[in-house]
Design a protein around this ligand. Structure first.
Ligand SMILES: Cc1ncc(COP(=O)(O)O)c(C=O)c1O
Length: 403
């Protein structure tokens, strides 16, 4: 199945050299950087991706979890996007497509109101701003090691280029530490706008939060008048209306993205009407939110079509495949974290693991993340299990896993 198909006109070495001349570090997304330089993708089809050297891989990266149906595998999505492209890709007016999509999301999630943007990063930042505007408080609590994009409030406050005020207005609590969370709220609760949480943070190890922790978090935020802002940019795929439903908690605000764009750039903020009112431009003092390409028709129709195809049966089937793969890998001695269709191979050498998997025809995330898609068949899944078991063994697994 995994065979060399064809050579493309320009090889990776030449592209890398050209890239290093015009792109800092030779790359546009630091998140896809794998030293010394990642290979270049040429084409994708269903569960497979081919690089410019003609090397074919089962795509378990799926553009960092966003391609829930793989590459152009569902004609319905392709046709919806092509048809929207033919009718005009962006307007300085709203279109009915954003109304259709927001209605669908509201019905699917039970979250009343929605706003669209073009990335998860943007969604998280606007969600936090809405929380600040609503509560008239400045401080955000978040959890150490979780990734929420690259906005000031959610990166390391000491990182280069981050303004000093960030350190004063963001409290970082250890992952899953209820006592530390209680202490932070006891001491600072009356100035905290929101607690921001990813219920299964990839960079922090892809361990799902415990039910007890999440339920206690919900109760604590209510007690202190703090909004619960759940970042579902990755985890939305795990349950019908978002992963929070698995925990039986109701968020005040939710950010999502990735799979809801059907393969196109997207982000979204959802929330109860009372909170999302902050964005209503007819209100005095509304939170300003533009976005030239926000809610563009191509993303809206592709996203709506992709989600309709990812119904409860598809979610359950994909999650079951993930659980089965996790079981097989664990039986083969591989350390695997995650839940449902998201897995992470835990290793002390993510770079070596990545290349080891690449050589064996599997494209993973740069930290060992595997995201299954509905385009994968049994042959693809068996290939991944075999390649990962062998690849992980080849790398060895000593020391503390990288986060
Ligand atoms: C949980 C989470 N939040 C936010 C983001 C940022 O999303 P984007 O890359 O679309 O800006 C990501 C990206 O991986 C994410 O995993």
């Amino acid at each position: 199945m995994i065979t060399k198909v064809s050579n493309h006109s320009e090889d990776a070495a030449s592209l890398t050299e050209r890239a290093r001349n015009v792109l800092p570090g030779g790359i546009t997304r630091s998140t896809v950087y794998v030293p010394p330089h990642p290979p270049y993708a040429a084409t994708g089809s269903g569960a497979l991706v081919q690089d410019v050297s003609g090397h074919v891989l089962v795509d378990c990266n799926n553009n960092y979890t966003s391609l829930i149906h793989g590459h152009s595998s569902r004609q319905e999505i392709v046709e919806a996007a092509v048809s929207a492209t033919r009718s005009g890709t962006a307007f300085g007016l709203p279109t009915r497509h954003e109304v259709d999509f927001a209605e669908y999301l509201a019905a699917r999630t039970g979250v009343e109101k929605w706003r669209f943007c073009n990335s998860g990063t943007e969604a998280v930042l606007m969600m936090l701003r809405a929380a600040r505007a609503f509560t008239q408080r400045d401080t955000i609590i978040r959890f150490a090691g979780s990734y929420h994009g690259t906005g000031d409030e959610v990166v390391d406050p000491k990182a280069a280029g981050v303004p000093k005020w960030v350190e004063e207005s963001v409290l970082v609590v250890p992952q899953g530490d209820l006592d530390a969370l209680k202490d932070a709220l006891r001491e600072h609760g009356n100035r905290v706008a929101a607690v921001l949480i990813d219920l299964m943070p990839n960079r922090a190890g892809l361990n799902p939060a415990t039910r007890e922790f999440v339920q206690e978090l919900r109760a604590l935020t209510r007690r202190y008048g703090v909004l619960l802002a759940i970042d579902e940019v990755i985890s939305f795929r795990l349950s019908w209306g978002g992963f929070h439903q698995h925990y039986g908690v109701e968020p005040d605000l939710i950010s999502t993205g990735k799979i809801i764009g059907g393969g196109f750039p997207v982000g979204a903020v959802g929330g109860k009407a009372g909170f999302l009112r902050e964005f209503d431009p007819a209100r005095a003092g509304a939170v300003m939110w533009g976005g030239t390409f926000s809610a563009n028709p191509v993303t809206m129709v592709a996203g709506l079509t992709a989600l309709r195809l990812f119904d409860q049966d598809a979610i359950s089937a994909l999650n079951a495949k993930g659980e089965s793969m996790r079981g097989d890998l664990e039986a083969a001695g591989v350390r695997v974290n995650g839940f449902g269709s998201l897995l992470r191979i835990m290793t002390s050498d993510t770079k070596a693991l990545w290349w080891s998997l690449y050589e064996r025809g599997v494209l993973a995330g740069s930290n060992g993340l595997l995201a299954l898609s509905t385009a994968m068949n049994d042959k693809h899944l068996s290939h991944v299990i075999e390649a990962v078991a062998e690849g992980a063994r080849n790398v060895g697994d000593t020391g503390t896993p990288e986060q």
